[in-house]
Design a protein around this ligand. Structure first.
Ligand code: PLP
Length: 399
């Protein structure tokens, strides 16, 4: 006998990956330039030059054991000093290297945190729309995935609903701002409100309810909107971060967990994080890229291309009649499907080689996600087909 659950997970690929694979196959048939693949959040802007230069310098300066050997399980001291200094300079915080645990990206950070915190039956609350892998991470750690519907007008938290969902089994509430897939940023006012609610509920139940802040898009913010530093608003916040998007390094698998000193039982939680990393077999994050990040904290790719893409796509689609909450960050548009069945709509869009992802797995039926981290030329070529798609549906709806 082998695990039925793992067979199920392995066979049912993520919908994003399925569409991405379809795009690659289709490109073989019709040519890559004729496919408008908006499926996956793979950064399209280059890694900054400083990262290339740092890799070259490291290869020249360090020996192979330093560069490619195992590091401490929690990451090198050098990278943790560099990250804590950078966070403190930016946010006026007092984090120490001992608050950081370096991971293979945000995915590993989230999975480790959930393994570290979960006692069987613990519940984790996620706001719709959410990154579909959260469900896999929570359930494989033995937790219960609980959904809280956001306000569909602006995808901010619906507090009345959240209050009815939190209960004594709630272990954590998770936020992801800027959000994948809506691009929405949680307002400061709502973060304050969330913090007050969690404090009140923690007191009422006599258990800490943690706030897990998943922040791979923290630097991808447009129009000079300010992103609040959540640890300052709620002391029991645990942060999961990744360099996948800000430095365009998703394949390098590098990120971290931040366990601030203010968190209740911080020492035990950090120990549990280390234990969970060990139990899951992570050993340490890749060594070369740890050395690189240690020298490049604070650097970001040229993210201005995403803002240009967002403006072009958002303005054109809304002009054609599509409905979409204005995205202030990340690199996704979450658009109302023209068919009440978004899966059918995405199938139909393939007629024009437009590859879109149905919102169903993000907890929102009737929406599609468009990842605009693509060359601008792809958006320009795809726009006439988005217009045709709208015209087709206008005709269909008149019948
Ligand atoms: N969280 C969110 C919201 C994401 O969108 C992603 C990846 O797209 C991840 C976590 C995982 O990121 P990483 O590549 O760092 O594992």
């Amino acid at each position: 006998m082998i695990s039925e659950e793992m067979i199920r997970l392995g066979k049912k690929k993520s919908i994003i990956r399925e569409i991405f694979e379809y795009g690659k196959e289709r490109a073989e048939v019709v040519g890559a330039e004729n496919i408008y693949d908006f499926s996956i959040g793979n950064p399209s802007v280059p890694v900054p030059n400083i990262v290339h230069e740092t890799i070259r310098d490291l290869l020249n300066q360090k020996n192979d054991i330093d560069l490619f050997g195992y590091t401490s399980a929690q990451g090198t001291l050098e990278i943790r000093i560099s990250i804590s200094n950078n966070l403190n300079a930016r946010f006026g915080t007092c984090f120490r290297p001992e608050n950081l645990y370096i991971t293979c990206g945000a995915a590993a950070a989230l999975r480790i945190i959930m393994q570290a915190l979960t006692v069987l039956g613990d519940e984790y609350i996620f706001f719709t729309p959410y990154f579909p892998e959260y469900k896999v991470f929570v359930e494989s750690a033995g937790g219960v995935f609980v959904e809280s519907k956001s306000n569909p007008k602006n995808f901010q938290i619906d507090f009345e609903q959240l209050e009815t969902i939190i209960n004594r089994n709630t272990k954590a509430v998770c936020v992801n701002s800027p959000n994948n897939p809506s691009g929405v940023i949680l307002s400061r006012e709502n973060i304050v409100r969330l913090a007050l609610l969690l404090e009140r509920k923690s007191k009422e139940y006599g258990n800490v309810i943690y706030l897990i802040s998943d922040e791979p898009y923290r630097e991808l913010v447009y129009d000079e909107i300010d992103i609040p530093c959540i640890t300052k608003y709620y002391k029991n916040t645990l942060v999961c971060y990744s360099y996948s998007k800000s430095l365009s390094l998703p394949g390098e698998r590098i990120g971290y967990i931040l366990v601030p000193d203010e968190v209740e039982n911080a020492e035990e939680i950090y120990a549990a994080v280390s234990g969970a990393g060990r139990a899951l077999g992570y050993v340490c994050a890749p060594s070369l890229i740890q050395h690189v990040i240690a020298k490049c904290t604070g650097e970001v790719s040229d993210l201005s291309a995403y803002k240009k893409n967002r403006d072009l796509l958002y303005n054109a689609l809304t002009e054609y009649g599509y409905e979409c909450v204005h995205p202030d960050g990340a690199f996704y548009l979450f658009v109302k499907s023209l068919d009440s069945d978004a899966i059918e709509f995405c199938k139909y869009a393939k007629k024009y080689e437009l590859l879109l992802v149905p919102g169903d797995d993000f907890g929102c039926e009737g929406y599609v996600r468009i990842a605009y981290c693509v060359p601008m030329a792809q958006i320009k070529s795809a726009l006439p087909y988005f217009r045709k798609l709208m015209e087709d549906y206008k005709v269909r709806n008149m019948r």
